[in-house]
Design a protein around this ligand. Structure first.
Ligand SMILES: Cc1ncc(COP(=O)(O)O)c(C=O)c1O
Length: 390
């Protein structure tokens, strides 16, 4: 009987989703690329400057600062490389731990590991899927102490140097509360806004609250450069160091090749920036589309007691990068069959990320109790959210 009821429920959900999606087959998040992108690419190719020189990189950085309100932006060849740079700039090393939500894409934990630091996982809140500020405060109060070196983990004796806040699926985390706590405990803040271009908290763009913010322009994001990212900061020294390190730490000179530290080749090529400049010109339209799609999903799920559509919270403006539904606890066993049904019908939905603490390489990392993460992951689905749906 239970199985029968569950099957009816997943069929009803499938029908409702079908009423929103006009195409027969849709991916999770396909980009919108049109004539404008082709025009910019053609111009870029004709100029001959397809690689690390050319006007589009600087134009794109200007568009990013104009749109977000960031003081400085440095474009990179991926969001992951921008995160790596952020960890290097905050001097993460083998003696440091970096707090981050267990519910995240793998990039933040990788970036910390590249610097030989240790990821340290904390729990999320169910409303935003961002770090739970109250739980964070309690955890830090119980497990750390402050010295002139900073916040020390009582158990490992390592310095908790930074916290990476993730605005998951485009929903702003409670960033102001988290920053207040970080300041109290002398912890630096990196904001991973890879998924939240176009999302605001108290009318300020995500990625602008912490010491460093990071964006991604991967093909599945709100706008794309093919592959790419950006580092945002209000600090001139961080900006200059980010530029220097991302361009192989080469000292400026017309013909000499001298590098004064170990840097990275993390520059965004001009040809990618050309696509980004064109994409930025349509960002308002794209965001309007995304919010219209989210509204459609929201309306259909108002008819369900068993499923909740994830909405933006008070003080937040979400880009609804990936639309998300949370199945009520009693019905969570339908998640697998629902995913199967959606895929069978051509709709690429997906479960949330596997929590980072469960990935083989991070299983030994320190962590708080992750009850909310584990619960949410077991009953949540991301729905198709790209530009070919309505
Ligand atoms: C939360 C988060 N952080 C970082 C990244 C890394 O960005 P990229 O794929 O551009 O390296 C992504 C996405 O891809 C992401 O979703």
């Amino acid at each position: 009987m239970k199985k029968y009821r569950e099957s009816l429920l997943s069929n009803r959900i499938l029908q409702s989703i079908r009423s929103v999606i006009k195409s027969k087959k849709v991916g999770l998040h396909e980009p919108y690329l049109g004539e404008n992108e082709k025009r910019y690419l053609k111009k870029c190719i004709e100029s001959g400057y397809v690689s690390y020189l050319g006007e589009y990189v600087l134009n794109l950085e200007k568009k990013i600062t104009d749109y977000t309100g960031a003081k400085y932006a440095v474009t990179t060849n991926s969001g992951t490389s921008a995160l790596h740079l952020a960890c290097r700039l905050l001097e993460i090393n083998h003696n440091c731990e970096v707090l981050m939500p267990a519910l995240s894409f793998v990039a933040p934990a990788n970036a910390v590991s590249y610097m030989n630091g240790t990821p340290h996982f904390v729990d999320i809140e169910k409303e935003t899927f961002g770090i739970d500020p109250q739980k964070l405060r309690n955890y830090l109060s119980n497990t750390t102490y402050l010295t002139n070196l900073g916040c020390i983990n009582k158990r490992t004796k390592k310095v908790i140097k930074a916290i990476i806040v993730i605005h998951a699926y485009g929903q702003p985390a409670q960033i102001q509360k988290i920053i207040r706590i970080a300041n109290e405990f002398k912890i630096k803040v990196i904001e991973d806004a890879a998924e939240s271009l176009g999302s605001f908290y108290n009318n300020k763009h995500t990625g602008l609250f912490g010491d460093i913010g990071v964006l991604s322009f991967n093909g599945n994001k709100v706008i794309t450069t093919g592959g790419g990212g950006a580092l945002l900061t209000k600090n001139k020294k961080i900006y200059e160091n980010a530029k220097h390190l991302s361009t192989t730490a080469k000292i400026k000179h017309k013909w000499e090749y001298i590098h004064n530290e170990v840097g990275y080749n993390y520059r965004m090529p001009n040809i990618n920036a050309a696509v980004g400049c064109s994409q930025f010109e349509r960002i308002s339209k794209l965001l309007k589309y995304k919010r219209r799609l989210a509204r459609k999903y929201q309306i259909i799920f108002e008819d369900f007691d068993e499923v909740k559509f994830m909405k933006e919270q008070k003080n937040s403006f979400s880009n609804y990068w990936l639309n998300t539904i949370i199945i009520e606890k009693n019905f969570k066993s339908i998640r697998e069959s629902l995913l199967h049904k959606l895929h069978k019908n051509g709709y690429q939905a997906r479960p949330l990320w596997e929590p980072l603490n469960k990935l083989k390489m991070f299983q030994a990392c320190p962590k708080d109790n992750l009850a909310v993460t584990n619960d949410i992951v077991s009953r949540t689905i991301n729905l198709p959210s790209g530009y070919n749906i309505i």
